[in-house]
Design a protein around this ligand. Sequence first.
Ligand code: C5P
Length: 228
Amino acid sequence: AANMPLLGKRVVVTAGGTREPLDPVRYLGNRSSGKQGVALARAAAAAGAEVELVAAHMDVAPPEGVKTTRVETALQLRSAAIDAAERADVVIMAAAVADFRPAETAETKIKKRDDAADPVITLVRNPDILQELVRLRSDSGQGPALIVGFAAETGDSRGDVLEYARQKLRRKGCDLLVLNQVGRDLVFGQDSTTVSILRQAGGEPRTFSGTKDEAAGMIITAVADELA
Ligand code: C5P
């Protein structure tokens, strides 16, 4: 049906922000609210898809009736996403995955001590899950028909930001890239957003401003168009 363009498709959405533990009570996190990812999961379900949500920390509840796997860290999100991708037609990587994690996690709470130097946190790189999903697909010749990445970019102009997104699309090798222009009070936790959708296949990006629900609808339409 025209209004159920993803009927019979399996869609995995990752959402929210990972938290990388420093000790049992502290973590490195980010400002992702999970709103866009949850809106995407809901829009994909409304389009007829069977949806699986892999949710890191979110300020919002996962949608009713959507199979949800909760994760905390980038490494946990990686396992869950790779596992879910094996049975998916579409993977949408909307999660804000930490690029780095503390090299060590203290087993007990880090104390301040007058007789010791202030602690220094050493970070190590997390794997790039999106790139890994793309590589797994090309190495095995099987996997999701469509892999969608996100780019949250800051920049002085829309032109700069679009150029960063084009570079990211090339580097990551995903089929679609959704660009969000972000700032401290822009997008994160907000209900409205401006997104552009760039295709690996080329052409002019489609740009849209509206609520995150409306943006999700437009992204799901682009996904369905790309699958067709
Ligand atoms: O490189 P950057 O973090 O801007 O890329 C954003 C995109 O890559 C998002 O789709 C995000 O979910 C994904 N990502 C990832 N693994 C990382 C970092 C980002 O899959 N370690």
